[in-house]
Design a binder for this molecule. Structure first.
Ligand SMILES: *[C@@H]1O[C@H](CO)[C@@H](O)[C@H](O)[C@H]1NC(C)=O
Ligand SMILES: *[C@@H]1O[C@H](CO)[C@@H](O)[C@H](O)[C@H]1NC(C)=O
Ligand SMILES: *[C@@H]1O[C@H](CO)[C@@H](O)[C@H](O)[C@H]1NC(C)=O
Ligand SMILES: *[C@@H]1O[C@H](CO)[C@@H](O)[C@H](O)[C@H]1NC(C)=O
Ligand SMILES: *[C@@H]1O[C@H](CO)[C@@H](O)[C@H](O)[C@H]1NC(C)=O
Ligand SMILES: *[C@@H]1O[C@H](CO)[C@@H](O)[C@H](O)[C@H]1NC(C)=O
Ligand SMILES: *[C@@H]1O[C@H](CO)[C@@H](O)[C@H](O)[C@H]1NC(C)=O
Length: 403
């Protein structure tokens, strides 16, 4: 009798363990929320559309999305001006829009996206939204001649229709007017507010620190932010990537009890992951000289090259693994050897780029084939293939910005 009960318990235990395990595994699949063959917009009227379309100011196949962030049932989308024919550089969709080819609405509006009026958004690669609903937009892709405006950071209040809060133009010695590339941004609300920004410039790559309180910025430049020549080339979807792309992905650890936080970063062309404490970054004096270099820690070599990174409020770092068509996951409080592939799919995860969290426990991911758009010799043969996907996965966590 006792034996039987015991046997029974073991069976139940094994069964329930298996069910939980299998469920968890099947949950670790990103599912497509939205997908596009090409990008189109909600135009002010058909006349404006005709003018843009006929004059080549809107070339559908040249438009690509790069950064995504979620706020109050909208997904904000950056559309960097990488090629010609990109009418707006910043917009949004609603999460209730149709799954296939939803139209992007310009934000804050059509006029504020006008090219070559330097008060407006010119070429946006990425952004972050703080706990007060202020969106910090990086208008800083300056590696082509489509705009001659200085690179800038612009803060808009999403709860007030995009009212401008702050505009900060980066001086030439921080980000090059011609050759700078503000790539990704994380926010730290301590001591009056800081942004940590990767400058993917091929000429002057580095990590930029912006102080909101003092409206100034500084930059550190280090070998760990350069491309790693030996591991720089790879291939995604039959398109080689051979640019010596420097520092790109950036993540900030969540708020901890002892107020100690770290920025994690990596070059696009390379495998190494590094970390530096924000206590160094936030102190402009500590960023002078060279002793701060001793405070850069090598974490480990990732399974492959990455573009975007994000950290959640439990310290899990999610990172794209470009040539593996995968997403990696590592908890920053554990040895890097424990990092693993979270999901992998050759047909969906084609160039895993930008991440975002919503407020319901979902992680969003943009897969965008952006390397093809950056290759001037790449010609799109058709408009019926899916080029962009926004996928989501339930993690039950939130972004590093929240406790
Ligand atoms: C499965 O997921 C649940 C909730 O996310 C978690 O509590 C549980 O520990 C997981 N089980 C396994 C076996 O990973
Ligand atoms: C873009 O959308 C507009 C409606 O906003 C539509 O009239 C137009 O035909 C669309 N263009 C393309 C190329 O899909
Ligand atoms: C530039 O854009 C700003 C803000 O949208 C606008 O107020 C201004 O009139 C524009 N300037 C020109 C010359 O069009
Ligand atoms: C801008 O760059 C493109 C491609 O690099 C080049 O073909 C074009 O001539 C340039 N235009 C100007 C005005 O310099
Ligand atoms: C890079 O590759 C070359 C040639 O294979 C090798 O000699 C060199 O040690 C490598 N460098 C590093 C940093 O791995
Ligand atoms: C702060 O806490 C983290 C873990 O949460 C730990 O790794 C770090 O060493 C601590 N820093 C200090 C200065 O005590
Ligand atoms: C990739 O995703 C597609 C579409 O959801 C699915 O049919 C396919 O089985 C997945 N591939 C792998 C290897 O899981």
């Amino acid at each position: 009798m006792i034996l039987k009960i015991c046997y029974c318990l073991i069976v139940i235990h094994t069964l329930s363990f298996c069910v939980v395990n299998c469920l968890n595994n099947t949950n670790h699949r990103f599912e497509v929320s939205f997908e596009w063959n090409y990008i189109n917009f909600t135009w002010p009227n058909s006349k404006v559309y005709e003018i843009f379309f006929k004059s080549g100011k809107y070339i559908p196949s040249n438009n690509a999305m790069a950064g995504i962030k979620y706020y109050k049932e909208k997904i904000y989308i950056a559309i960097p001006r990488i090629r010609e024919g990109i009418p707006i550089t910043f917009g949004y969709i609603s999460i209730y829009d149709s799954k296939i080819n939803p139209l992007i609405t310009p934000f804050p509006n059509w006029n504020r996206n006008e090219l070559n009026n330097c008060s407006n958004l010119q070429s946006v690669q990425s952004m972050e939204i703080d706990n007060n609903g202020i969106i910090w937009i990086l208008d800083g892709l300056r590696i082509n001649n489509l705009t001659s405006c200085p690179p800038k950071l612009i803060l808009l209040d999403l709860n007030k229709g995009g009212r401008t809060v702050v505009v900060y133009e980066f001086p030439e010695h921080i980000c090059l007017n011609n050759g700078g590339f503000l790539n990704d941004i994380v926010l730290d609300n301590s001591d009056g507010g800081f942004a940590y920004i990767t400058d993917n410039s091929p000429i002057d790559p580095g990590l930029i620190i912006f102080s909101l309180k003092n409206k100034n910025s500084w930059k550190i430049r280090d070998q760990s932010m350069f491309p790693e020549v030996n591991t720089s080339s790879f291939e995604v979807d039959n398109e080689k990537f051979e640019n010596l792309a420097p520092i790109d992905g950036i993540g900030l650890s969540p708020i901890s009890l002892n107020n100690s936080r770290s920025v994690y970063y990596c070059s696009l062309a390379g495998l190494n992951l590094y970390r530096i404490d924000t206590s160094i970054l936030k102190n402009e004096n500590k960023c002078r000289g060279s002793s701060w270099r001793k405070k850069i820690y090598f974490i480990g070599q990732k399974q492959a090259q990455s573009d975007g990174l994000i950290i959640d409020n439990k310290g899990n770092l999610y990172y794209g693994l470009l040539p593996l068509y995968a997403v990696g996951k590592w908890n920053i409080n554990t040895p890097f050897l424990e990092s693993k592939l979270l999901d992998q799919n050759r047909s969906l995860l084609i160039w895993t780029d930008s991440f975002a969290f919503d407020d319901k426990g979902y992680l969003y991911l943009l897969a965008n084939q952006i390397h093809k758009f950056f290759d001037p010799s790449f010609k799109f043969k058709n408009t019926y293939e899916t080029r962009f996907r926004i996928l989501k996965l339930y993690t039950s966590t939130n972004s590093y910005l929240y406790t």
